[in-house]
Write a protein that binds this ligand. Sequence first.
Ligand code: MN3
Length: 214
Amino acid sequence: MMLNEHYPFRLPPLPYAYDAFDPMIDGVTMKEHHDVLFRNYVNNLNRALAPYPIYHDWNLLTLMRYYEDFDEPLRTQIERNGGGTMNHSLYFEGITPQKTAPNEELQGMINKSFGSMEAMRVLMKEQAQSIYGSGYVWLMRDGIGGLRIVSTANQSSPPLEILTPILALDMWEHAYYIPHQSRKGDYFDVWFNNIDWNEASALNDFAKSVQTHR
Ligand code: MN3
């Protein structure tokens, strides 16, 4: 989990083979997305933070919570490259070719917030298909044990002072255009059917701990 790591940030290895989801997400797309695009965000984040030692022990989640108070040019650099780093780490670590299921607590929260897993899936798919331009769809934990679906533009982060990420779906065309062209719904289905619920459950526990300690 990259959220509690700090400068200098390192590119996390892809936790499965490049072709683990081929042909639904092809190996060429996965390699370019992880090894080139994600790496660029990590390198650019380190480059932006290098002249500011006061932020070198801030973890990624804290940086993304408070960067709006920073002066330019650091503020925009963190918004884009810190966002690109956090968002991609959650996206790549959030899927797996293995069969997983949410733990009891997360499943209970899904039922309480949306009625059922199926109802949540439908709402997330609607959000994914209605993204205009590039962005992300998120499942977020709020401060009172509920879940919310949020979408964001470009590499912007969801509002992290009150919400903590559980799932992140990259809806930029570079994530899906080769196998799915403009069929966002097909790409969504591939993503949803391969969610790593163990990772999501771990993020829910992490979210609970950082929200409690505030
Ligand atoms: Mn991307």
